[in-house]
Design a protein around this ligand. Structure first.
Ligand code: PHE
Length: 340
């Protein structure tokens, strides 16, 4: 072994280290020069055969060479680790044992779930889903529903009026008229929709909420038919038989009119805070369609009968999911929404 040999070996080793692109290659270079059968070991073994004066010098150079390669290799390893950013050599490295990141999956709003469920049940009973505009005229919202101007009943709907004389519909009943203008009986429809009322909000009142209107018109439709349809609806919706009762009420567009109460699903009618200890929950307004309503919609009321109802969808959702504040629906609060 001569100095020139060592010098050229050093240049070669340096090149090999520089050209390594992963830990495997660096390992090979390490073995080639520093391993038991490597170049350095070979040089050290050959010292014996050298003349004495040369031994110390070559030995020292071999040592320097060893330190040099060690340093270069360390530097290269560090560089490779930094490059990959994963502490694993140049190649992309995946820890297949690491717990996965759970992607957050979107879901439907509770009111959408309730609306869909409600539509589905009524559809199986032969009702078609119809929609109508949220911005309405005074005619459809009031006049055509037999609510005359200056009649105190108009005050029952605290209405948002718009500057152009239109209004935000205060109930879904105007769609009764819109549908009957274009369709002849017999028919069964439901109308889910957003409505607006100029009211102060509290845990059970919002200024915009959702109703589901129902209208069934034909030749011999009776209040008994209405009761059967609604009872069946609740049975399917809550998954158990539910008692209902009809209480006389007043709406200008139905005669007779009822308020429909349902036995409290929370306490099965025993009395609890949800039903104010009465055992009953007020669920909707309803009645037999007033002949004037047929007339205003352009139908001949002779021989026509029908029932109509309007139920609050928010209230239904609150009962089903035991929600105690209607304002949560539009709060955008994820802690609330993520529960559905
Ligand atoms: N439109 C009425 C309301 O908003 C409810 C209703 C609908 C009553 C249909 C009778 C018939 O209060």
């Amino acid at each position: 072994m001569t100095e020139t040999n060592l010098e050229s070996l050093k240049i070669e080793a340096k090149k090999e280290i520089e050209n390594s692109f992963d830990l495997g290659q660096i390992g090979e270079v390490f073995r080639k020069y520093l391993g038991k059968q490597g170049e350095i070991a070979r040089i050290l073994r050959s010292l014996d055969s050298l003349p004495k004066e040369k031994r110390a010098e070559i030995g020292k150079q071999a040592n320097d060479f060893k330190n040099f390669i060690n340093l270069k290799i360390e530097e290269k390893i560090k560089e490779l680790k930094e490059k990959s950013g994963k502490g694993s050599g140049g190649k992309e490295w995946i820890d297949i044992t690491a717990p996965g990141k759970k992607p957050s999956v979107g879901h439907l709003h509770p009111l959408t779930l309730i609306r869909r469920k409600t539509e589905e049940i009524f559809q199986t009973m032969g009702f078609s889903t119809i929609e109508g505009p949220e911005i309405e005229s005074v005619w459809y919202n009031f006049d055509a529903l037999n609510i005359p101007k200056d009649h105190p009943a108009r005050d029952a709907w605290d209405t948002f009026y718009l500057k152009d004389g239109m209004l935000l519909r205060a109930h879904t009943s105007p769609v009764q008229i819109r549908f009957m203008e274009k369709n002849n009986p017999p028919f069964r429809i439901i109308v889910p929709g957003r409505i607006f009322r100029h009211e102060a909000t509290d845990p059970s009142h919002e200024f915009d909420f959702y109703q589901l209107e129902g209208l069934m018109v034909g030749e011999d439709i009776s209040a008994a038919n209405f009761k059967a349809v609604i009872q069946e609806f609740y049975r399917r919706f809550f998954g158990k038989p539910v008692k209902i009762r009809l209480i006389p009420s007043f709406f200008p567009f139905t005669e007779p009119s009822f308020q429909v109460d349902m036995s409290c699903v929370n306490c099965s009618g025993k009395g609890c805070p949800a039903c104010k200890r009465t055992g009953w929950l007020e669920m909707m307004g309803a009645g037999m369609v007033h002949p004037n309503v047929f007339k205003y919609a352009g139908l001949n009321p002779k021989g026509l009968t029908g029932f109509a109802f309007g139920m609050g969808l928010d209230r239904l959702a609150m009962m089903k999911y035991k929600i105690n504040n209607i304002r949560l629906f539009h709060s955008g609060d994820l802690r609330f929404l993520q529960q559905f």
